[in-house]
Design a protein around this ligand. Structure first.
Ligand code: EPZ
Length: 421
């Protein structure tokens, strides 16, 4: 009988020491999609070895590309020159719903793309109307049948596109498709996340002409062809934030060597508000926890607001603050799955729709809890580090989607955590 992997955590140890985070999951995935447009091979350095990256690699292979780990496994070699298909495998598509941003690059390269409708996931519906709106403006025609989306174009034509919401994936999808359209494309109300800046850097290394990523207006001047290039993927800012909370919740003292302070300003600001010391010693970030944590209120917003991907981790920290905190989740409609599990550890959290009210308790106690999605799982691990006694987190495969060797990184900082099964 196959035993599902679990993390077994003995709480009470302070995290301390130096650590480096892996390359960004939400940076490398769109960059892998963009690589199909190249006329020669690409090498992506600092590419994290995550479940989502492995599935995306399988998708690219199924389209005819060569994808291999090189450079002692730290880099990904992608050769898209033998690309022969534009139909994304249905089962693979369902495993990485964010692969919807393969439509833009495939249509730009092959003139067409067929993907299955990305199902919702544990945190919400995940509609794609902004993707379809932007790509249609560029001249992509869509047909839907049997749960599949067929996209096709005769000639891609630049357009002036105003997004209704600053969708990260839609901004990326449109940027990639516009890179090879005729003429100028302007994307207004664009998402401003750092991963979009990383994608712009990659595309411009391929010969694209894009500027404005990181602001809400991105301008793309289409070019005839794109070439392969080398690119170093940016550090994972959500892994940085997760380890920052790990230091705070264990009253530890952690230095994250390759953190980009600018990418985690909102998290640093909230940690300082609750009494944690966050310093930026030149490079990297240092976080020193404090015995007493003050409550605070958090509202998730598009970048540079407080990131939704850090909301579950902060909920774990606020569970042991001295007072009542309120979290408002404005991005996804069901991203409080961790609340009930934290409750099994003694946390006092009441959720009403998109609002969670957290009444801090002096201590959490270890329990058997279940991770339902990537970031709620991370929050349960953080709670386990601080709780009295043993915590067993099952559903670890959801954590492996976005964290590379998380248990090894935490153990290296002094945590008592092992993977079992
Ligand atoms: C990206 O998802 C990230 N994933 C998510 O990270 C992250 O939570 C999210 O951006 C927000 O920052 C990747 O980059 C692979 P959105 P994405 O389009 O692109 C609505 C993690 O934990 N929306 O910015 O799917 C949508 O329902 C993951 O690492 C539409 O209404 O996010 C949501 O409410 C989870 N129509 C909001 O916008 C659309 O066409 C933000 O979604 C698209 C989105």
């Amino acid at each position: 009988m196959w035993i599902m992997p679990e993390f077994v955590i003995q709480g009470g140890n302070r995290l301390s020491g130096d650590i480096a985070v892996s390359g960004g999951k939400n940076a490398v995935l769109p960059i892998m999609a963009a690589s199909v447009m190249a006329g020669s091979p690409c090498i992506l350095h600092n590419a994290p070895d995550l479940v989502d990256v492995r599935v995306m690699s399988e998708i690219l292979r199924s389209l005819g590309a060569t994808v291999e780990r090189v450079n002692q496994g730290r880099s990904l070699y992608i050769d898209p020159t033998a690309l022969s298909s534009w139909v994304v495998d249905d089962t693979l598509m369902r495993q990485v719903r964010s692969s919807i941003f393969l439509i833009g690059p495939l249509v730009a390269k092959m003139g067409k793309a067929t993907v299955s409708y990305p199902g919702g996931c544990d945190i919400g519906q995940r509609p794609i109307d902004q993707h379809l709106k932007g790509l249609s403006a560029l001249g992509v025609v869509f047909e839907e049948a049997h749960g599949n989306i067929m996209a096709e174009t005769g000639r891609l034509q630049g357009a002036d596109i105003h997004l209704d919401i600053p969708s990260v994936g839609a901004t990326e999808n449109i940027m990639m498709c516009a890179a090879m359209a005729d003429g100028m494309t302007v994307i207004r109300n664009a998402a401003k996340e750092p991963e979009i800046v990383d994608l712009q850097t990659f595309l411009n290394s391929m010969g694209a002409r894009i500027r404005g990523a990181g602001t809400d207006v991105i301008r793309v001047e289409g070019v005839e062809a794109l070439r392969g290039c080398e690119h170093a993927v940016m550090p994972d800012r959500i892994e940085v934030g997760t380890l920052m909370v790990g230091a705070a919740i264990t009253t530890g003292d952690v230095y994250i060597k390759n953190a980009v302070a600018e990418h985690v300003q909102a998290v640093a600001s909230k940690l300082r508000e609750v009494g944690v010391t966050v310093s930026v010693p030149g490079k990297g970030i240092r976080v020193t926890g404090s015995r007493r944590l003050r409550p605070t209120d958090i509202k998730t917003l598009p970048y540079p607001g407080f990131p939704t991907d850090m909301q579950p981790q902060m909920m774990a920290l606020l569970s042991i603050a001295e007072g009542t905190s309120v979290i408002t989740e404005t991005i996804f409609e069901s991203r409080f799955k961790q609340a009930e599990e934290l409750g099994r550890m003694g946390a006092r959290i009441r959720t009403e729709g998109r609002t969670a009210i957290i009444k801090g308790v002096p201590r959490l106690s270890g329990a058997r809890v279940v991770s339902s999605d990537l970031r709620s799982g991370a929050s349960l691990v953080l709670a386990g580090l601080a709780a009295d006694g043993q915590t067993i987190v099952s559903g670890v495969e959801s954590i492996d989607r976005g964290y590379e060797r998380l248990e090894h990184k935490l153990a290296a900082l002094g945590a008592k955590i092992v993977r079992q099964g």
